[in-house]
Ligand binder design. Structure first.
Ligand SMILES: Nc1ncnc2c1ncn2[C@@H]1O[C@H](COP(=O)(O)OP(=O)(O)OP(=O)(O)O)[C@@H](O)[C@H]1O
Ligand SMILES: [Mg+2]
Length: 459
């Protein structure tokens, strides 16, 4: 531990001098102030570990200094000094937040002992804070990111994990919705109970109800035996309804009932069964819009949306990219036994410029590809997919660049659209102009202007 900084506050010069000498000799870093005002100024300028503060001073006295420090949330440890016999003042000081007090005239050993005690307490406090920070930083090791967006997200997860409230997780494809849902479950009091995930979009409509709620034998043609549904499987734990926007309307009604009543009915059975399930739902569609369009039930939407966790797209937290890349290099390289352990700064630059429509999943795949294709132990530009290496998409410049010129961006956008139309139609200008909704002549003119005459003709 480096030298502790102590501020001596006393109106008597002799005492300031004596304490300063004594404490410096003991290895403390010492400063002094002759009155309360000056002390407060110094303390707001610089951090001190300890302050020795006389209680009786002209102007702001020790009590007032303690009061101000508390007001502004300064937690410097203060040791009050009072004349022998001023017991009451000393006790008052303790009440106002002083850590300890010493009597004047001083006994050298007593001062040093009091300081040592205060120092021990400080060290303990620091250790506790470090431990706390460490455990908070490590409690979601699987979620990589230090952007404000991710920090806020983790903070919310910590808060909501312990409750049974339904959580709706939204965000574009590949932003980590399932990862977050699992983390939330693991961190909840149900962490050791079942985790059951179902992708509502991947199961045919006719089977989804029986998947979720189960059925009894003979309920329908293929129902050869009684079968419990996923709600029952998740009893006591968490059910993750992925792509909830894909759930058919008639099932939405049944889901809403299950959520409200806490009970479900197997198909073909009359008596309901009680289940204790926490539901997490995810969607990359805009459910709000679906409600407006009459494609998603409003009542269910509100029931699911008690708490919403929104995962921002990667391009909006691009600062996290280098961390994610390092993480994926390490894990992919180990899995594949590839011996790759770094990436060139050019490659990182180019990746930072890209828009990542597929978000973290796309990044993960891109890194895996890079690990496989890398020449040696470093991922270089050549190991990046062409779309990222030769990226000239003006939308990326719009998202990441500082250039706000509409004229310039429109031209860049026009050029890309024309190039794509020509590629798509193998250079057929009539079809391309149809796609672009411009006249054949305008197209010819612009192709010349943008130097695109040879696009789509093969080479
Ligand atoms: N912050 C992150 N840290 C580490 N890995 C992440 C992070 N976010 C996403 N991933 C990884 O990216 C991949 C995609 O994440 P996930 O499947 O959770 O996305 P999703 O939002 O559910 O996508 P979709 O909408 O396509 O289902 C996973 O392999 C996941 O582990
Ligand atoms: Mg998913």
């Amino acid at each position: 531990m480096s030298a502790l900084r102590v501020l001596v506050i006393d109106d008597e010069e002799d005492i300031r001098h004596m304490l300063t000498m004594l404490l410096r000799k003991e290895g403390y870093e010492v400063d002094s102030a002759e009155d309360g005002e000056t002390a407060l100024e110094i303390l707001s300028d610089r951090d001190f570990d300890l302050a020795l503060c006389d209680v009786r001073m002209p102007g702001l006295d020790g009590m007032q200094v303690l009061g101000r420090l508390e007001q502004r949330g300064d937690d410097t440890t203060v040791i009050a000094m009072s004349a022998f016999g001023d017991r009451e003042l000393a006790i008052d000081a303790l009440r106002r937040g002083a850590y300890d007090y010493i009597d004047k005239p001083f006994n050298k050993d007593e001062i040093l002992l009091t300081l040592l005690k205060a120092q021990e307490r400080l060290e303990l406090k620091r250790e506790n804070e470090e431990l706390k920070q460490k455990s908070e930083a490590d409690d979601f090791p699987e979620i990589i990111g230090q952007s404000d967006a991710i920090e806020d997200l983790l903070e919310t997860i910590r808060k909501v994990a312990e409750y049974k409230s339904t959580v709706l997780i939204t965000g574009e494809s590949g932003t980590g919705k399932e990862l977050v849902a699992r983390a939330l479950h693991r961190r909840s009091p149900r962490g050791d109970a079942p985790w059951v995930a179902v992708n509502c979009g991947a199961i045919p409509e006719s089977l989804l109800e029986s998947e979720l709620f189960g059925h009894v034998k003979g309920a329908f043609t293929d129902a050869g035996a009684d079968k419990a549904g996923l709600f029952e499987e998740a009893d006591g734990g968490t059910l993750f309804l992925d792509e909830i926007g894909e759930m058919p309307m008639n099932l939405q009604v049944k889901l809403l009932r299950a959520l409200q009543e806490g009970e479900i009915r197997r198909i073909g059975e009359n008596t309901p069964r009680e289940v204790d399930v926490r539901v997490l739902a995810a969607s990359n569609q805009d459910l709000d819009e679906m409600v407006d369009a009459g494609e998603f039930r409003e009542d269910l939407y509100y029931r699911l949306n008690v708490i919403q966790l929104h995962l921002p797209p990667l391009r909006e937290r691009i600062d996290d990219l280098p961390l994610l890349v390092d993480h994926f290099i390490e894990s992919r390289s180990e899995d594949l036994d590839a011996g790759v352990d770094g990436i060139s700064s050019e490659a990182i630059d180019r990746m930072t410029q890209y828009r990542w429509p597929g978000n973290v999943r796309e990044l993960q795949n891109c890194v895996e590809r890079g690990v496989v294709l890398a020449d040696g132990d470093t991922i270089d530009l050549e190991a990046l997919p062409e779309r990222i290496r030769d990226n000239d998409d003006p939308l990326d410049a719009i998202f990441h660049g500082d250039d706000l010129s509409i004229k310039k961006m429109s031209k860049a956008l026009e050029r890309v659209l024309i190039r794509r139309a020509l590629e798509k139609t193998d250079g057929n200008r009539t079809h391309a102009s149809d796609l672009l909704e411009i006249s054949h002549r305008t197209l010819l003119y612009k192709m010349e202007d943008y130097g695109l005459e040879d696009v789509g003709k093969g080479d």
